[in-house]
Design a protein. Structure first.
Length: 202
């Protein structure tokens, strides 16, 4: 009996230290939801209402899941969703490597895919980059974000570490050495606005 009582006492102490896991999770999801909402407001998401992340970590806006949104809207909702989780994790010193890679943030916003005019006309991609640059210089100091973007705005020109020409005559022509297709036009740029000591992608 004494042995069992000792074990029970230890378990109670451990529970007290751990706290209420469900409550802790709700607090984290709540922080992510608030950040998601703030990002959409900063990016001037049109007719923004009821932005939230539910308990299953699914993003909503205007009372609907992001899956119901148009193509351009889904791009923005997904960017806000990913950044909200990433930023809260970094700021909380959570179990996260502090690294995020984003591919084609302007897809369906004027570059790549089908252009969603209702969203693209209302959104300046500069707002996305301006927020990211500011956050990385302050709360996100030490984190790293790599972005692959065909047409990054001028405000992040100093952060472009490599440009791919898609032309064999102008190396580097592609991330994949044997990819020589020239059907697509433009260039692919890699940006790392996270740390000034980042090395160019190879």
């Amino acid at each position: 009996m004494e042995r069992h009582e000792t074990q029970i006492a230890r378990l109670r102490e451990e529970l007290d230290r751990l706290g209420d896991a469900a409550q802790d999770r709700d607090l984290v999801v709540g922080r992510i939801s608030v950040r998601y909402s703030e990002l959409l407001r900063q990016w001037r998401y049109p007719k923004l209402s009821q932005p939230m992340i539910d308990t299953n970590l699914v993003p909503y806006v205007r009372g609907d899941s992001y899956r119901e949104a148009s193509s351009g809207a889904r791009t923005l909702l997904t960017l806000a969703w990913q950044l909200a989780v990433f930023e809260v994790a970094v700021e909380s010193s959570a179990a996260h490597p502090g690294f995020l890679m984003i591919d084609s943030p302007q897809k369906n916003l004027g570059h790549g895919g089908t252009r969603d005019a209702a969203i693209a006309d209302a959104i300046a991609i500069d707002d996305f980059y301006r927020h990211l640059t500011s956050w990385l210089a302050e709360q996100g100091s030490g984190a790293q974000v790599i972005i692959v973007d065909n047409s990054p705005p001028r405000l992040v020109e100093d952060n472009v570490v490599v440009r791919y020409s898609r032309s064999e005559e102008r190396p580097p022509y592609g991330l994949i050495d044997d990819e020589t297709t020239t059907e697509a036009t433009g260039t692919n740029d890699w940006l790392t606005p996270a740390r000034p000591d980042s090395h160019p992608a190879e």
